[in-house]
Design a protein around this ligand. Structure first.
Ligand code: GDP
Ligand code: IMO
Ligand code: MG
Length: 432
């Protein structure tokens, strides 16, 4: 059995956690391969509602192994909190949650710099989640990072911090004109995290490799959405993950080869949302936008920061583009039920940029910011879909909408989600 990647096709929060939770039943390993606790993946099951930021969504099946791969940046305190919360709610993770010894660790100066950089940018602020994820990736690329392997080794940690803390303090004091951090305090805090995380630390690349060799399925859980990707997204309003959360990043972030990935499942919401700043051509500021945000179960508020999500119609230009940058082999469409209330549904088929019509995403920030949507209008269905479990039982207009999106993506939609709960899904053939 192969490795299968699940990626977000828009600006994040497409329902990846919910889809991975559904598909995990068939997997042996479920793994996160990039990003950090800027991600917030919601899962609702018989134990209640969970918002996972670092632990993979397969954790609710007691027989699954969950892996946090080398491509993830880890906030140690947050991971320990998440483990404690899961254990406290009856989900045992010991012996089946593994953390890569090569994953980078978010340090106190990363969270500080995240906040200070946003202030310095002023009007050009990215609207980050403020978790220190971007600065941690900057230091990873800048060869000034701290890895899990360092944190679990007292001597190595002290030696590394003896070099890094004065270096980072020079930056904090001279560039940001802020207070330095204290070497002893940081060393003690991170040594404690290291001791508590040690039982989970493993060579996760080896673990995943072995499972693939044995023919087991490995589900690779993407974070964020493709339009937030550093290389192909709406730069500079993107996230900083290296490797990328795109499907191609999964091989690097897991420490496996690209040929071991057999399928790429793109997750798309039936409309568009975005949190943070940056262009979003279909954003609505009217009553329809409010209906998309507030209508249906689980209103659109960030799972990590609680910020209201910007809402708008499905952007086919962006979706076609992200289907291409990921090379999706199939797709899942989520939150279709939220459109139940709409008298008519619009899809953005092209952008008008300074009077010119284009059906591709412009690279230039100014052009992207100026892009106005050109819409096609489709009929609504005005019937509840939350209880539907078979495609033929969806209202004909809803079936047409799903087929329309499928044509846009150029890949079969194999799953339609009509509610946040595990069973609120319609299968349209073989998923994985
Ligand atoms: P992720 O980051 O991609 O995992 O997505 P989030 O969990 O941040 O946001 C998705 C939100 O939509 C969560 O509140 C889910 O519970 C909810 N959700 C997922 N699928 C559906 C669906 O089909 N219908 C509705 N109404 N809510 C859904
Ligand atoms: P999931 O996995 C939605 C956004 C932030 C901001 C930008 C940069 O839940 O889909 P960062 O803190 O990463 O430096 O912020 O990226 N962002 C997300 N938006 N869902 C996410 O993850 C996101 N992770 C980052 O809002 O605009
Ligand atoms: Mg989310």
């Amino acid at each position: 059995m192969p490795a299968i990647v699940v990626v977000g096709g828009q600006w994040g929060d497409e329902g990846k956690g919910r889809i991975v939770d559904l598909l995990a039943e068939k997997a042996k390993i479920v793994a996160r391969y990039s990003a950090g606790n800027n991600a917030g993946h919601t899962i609702i099951n018989e134990l209640g509602e969970f918002k996972l930021h670092l632990v993979p969504a397969g954790i609710f099946y007691p027989d699954k192994i969950c892996v946090i791969g080398n491509g993830v940046v880890v906030d140690a305190a947050e991971l320990l909190r998440e483990i404690e919360d899961l254990e406290g709610r009856g989900v045992s993770v010991r012996g089946r949650l593994f953390l890569s010894d090569r994953a980078h660790v978010i340090m106190p100066w990363h969270r500080l710099i995240d906040e200070l950089d946003e202030k310095l940018r002023g009007e050009g602020a990215i609207g980050t989640t403020g978790r220190g994820v971007g600065p941690a990736f900057v230091d990873k690329v800048g060869r000034a990072g701290v890895r899990v392997a360092d944190v679990v080794d007292r001597e190595a940690l002290l030696s590394l911090l003896s070099f890094l803390v004065p270096y980072k303090n020079a930056v904090l004091e001279r560039l940001y004109e802020t207070d330095p951090v204290d070497l002893k305090t940081v060393a003690a805090e991170y040594h404690d995290y290291g001791a508590r995380l040690a039982p989970y630390v493993a060579d996760t690349s080896g673990l995943v490799h072995k499972a693939l060799e044995a023919g087991d399925m490995v589900l690779l859980e993407g974070a964020q959405g493709s339009l937030l990707d550093l290389d192909t997204g709406t730069y500079e309003y993107v996230t900083s993950s290296v490797p990328s959360s795109l499907a191609a990043g999964a091989a690097i972030g897991m420490g496996i080869g690209p040929m071991q990935i057999e399928k790429v499942l793109g997750v798309y919401k039936a409309y568009n949302t975005r949190v943070g700043n940056g262009p979003m051509p279909t954003e609505l500021f009217d009553e329809t936008g409010r209906m998309l945000r507030e209508g249906g179960p689980r209103p659109e508020y960030g799972s990590t920061t609680g910020r209201p999500r910007r809402c708008g119609w499905f952007d086919a230009v962006a979706a076609r583009y992200s289907a291409r940058t990921n090379g999706i082999s199939s797709a899942a469409l989520t939150r279709l039920d939220v459109l139940d209330q709409m008298p008519a549904i619009k899809v953005c088929t092209a952008y008008r940029v300074h009077g010119q019509i284009t059906d591709t995403m412009p690279a230039a920030s100014a052009a992207m910011a100026a892009a106005e949507p050109v819409y096609e209008e489709l009929p609504g269905w005005h019937k509840p879909t939350a209880g539907v479990r078979r495609f033929e039982e969806l209202p004909p207009e809803a079936q047409s909408y799903v087929r329309y999106i499928q044509d846009v993506l150029g890949a079969p939609i194999c799953l339609v989600s009509v509610g946040p709960e595990r069973e609120q899904a319609i299968s349209l053939g073989r998923i994985i």
